[in-house]
Design a protein around this ligand. Structure first.
Ligand SMILES: [Zn+2]
Length: 296
């Protein structure tokens, strides 16, 4: 039987992004650092599987491209942040070569960060309604729950303005963030347009650091799950009635995660997997914001 690589995949846990290379007999492997965020893994075996380009975007590993040259497999890995890695061989059937990329950078960025997530609307305020009758208040609640869960896996202290189907005013929502002196306030909504063809995600920010956060989240939504970036705009309205020194320091953003009036995106919103992907992208945008902020 021809020897070679049968399968390549990535599994993510809060601690590691594990790149697994399966074969019947473990090949010799050399891992070359091309750049601080790019590795090239050369294997002395051909591919039995088809070449592949895996869009991972798990916050650390962006992509893994599996190709073959002169009967030898090559895997190019591109990372979001430089990190350490460990190599392990599992002698089993199939044999596995696993490269554990260390995700502690994400915990360093997110640990103890108080992040207020506001699922828009609620109670008698449904928000927008899609063509197959999905309600904005419910889909943003699902995304908010996934986002909170995801952030807290990395040691953040994510708090929601509402945990139940209730209607709150803007002042109560923002007060949650002010009382906790939160690092940021993210309100989740869906976009809506009379034109069914319009699709994508939009952001609004209230001055200052909000712009960086908003753009960072929209960028991640575009990478995966591939939501078109309709742009970030500064809000016209300011919170002039709310007197607080903290409000000027804290980024306040509204993210319309996708467009509920577009039948394709509304259809996607029925899927828990899709809503988890939205939450994962927002989390990546948040960690990126903290990374960029350290540099500014
Ligand atoms: Zn809304």
């Amino acid at each position: 039987m021809k020897q070679g690589i049968t399968n390549v995949y990535i599994a993510t846990t809060p601690r590691y992004s594990a790149l697994t290379i399966e074969s019947l007999k473990t090949p010799n492997c050399s891992i070359n650092k091309i750049h601080e965020k790019n590795y090239e893994i050369s294997l002395d075996s051909p591919l039995i599987m088809a070449p592949d380009a895996i869009n991972v975007f798990d916050g650390l590993v962006n992509t893994a491209v599996v190709t073959e040259k002169n009967e030898k497999a090559i895997i190019k890995v591109s990372l979001e942040y430089p990190c350490a890695y460990q190599l392990k061989v599992e002698r089993n059937l199939p044999e596995r070569l696993i490269i554990f990329f260390d995700r502690s950078v994400l915990t360093i960025l997110l640990k103890d960060k108080v992040i207020v997530i506001d699922p828009g609307h609620g109670g008698k305020d449904f928000g927008r309604r899609g063509h197959i009758n999905l309600l904005e208040k419910n889909v943003v609640m699902d995304v908010a729950n996934y986002l909170k869960e995801e952030l807290n896996l990395y040691g953040a202290r994510a708090v929601m303005t509402r945990e139940r189907d209730i209607c709150l005013n803007t002042k109560d929502r923002i007060n949650t963030a002010l009382l906790l002196e939160a690092e940021m306030y993210i309100s989740l909504h869906t976009n809506w347009d009379r034109n069914k063809k319009i699709h994508g995600a939009k952001g609004t920010y209230y001055e200052g650091q909000g712009k960086i956060l908003c753009e960072s989240i929209l960028r991640e939504l575009e990478k995966k799950p591939g939501i078109k970036n309709l742009g970030a705009n500064q809000a016209e309205k300011v919170f002039e009635k709310i007197q607080s020194r903290h409000i000027s320091k804290m980024p306040i953003v509204t993210i319309e995660v996708c467009t509920i009036s577009n039948p394709v995106e509304e259809g996607w919103l029925r899927s828990p997997v899709f809503k988890k992907r939205l939450a994962n992208a927002i989390k990546n945008g948040i960690s990126n914001y903290f990374f960029l902020k350290k540099r500014y």
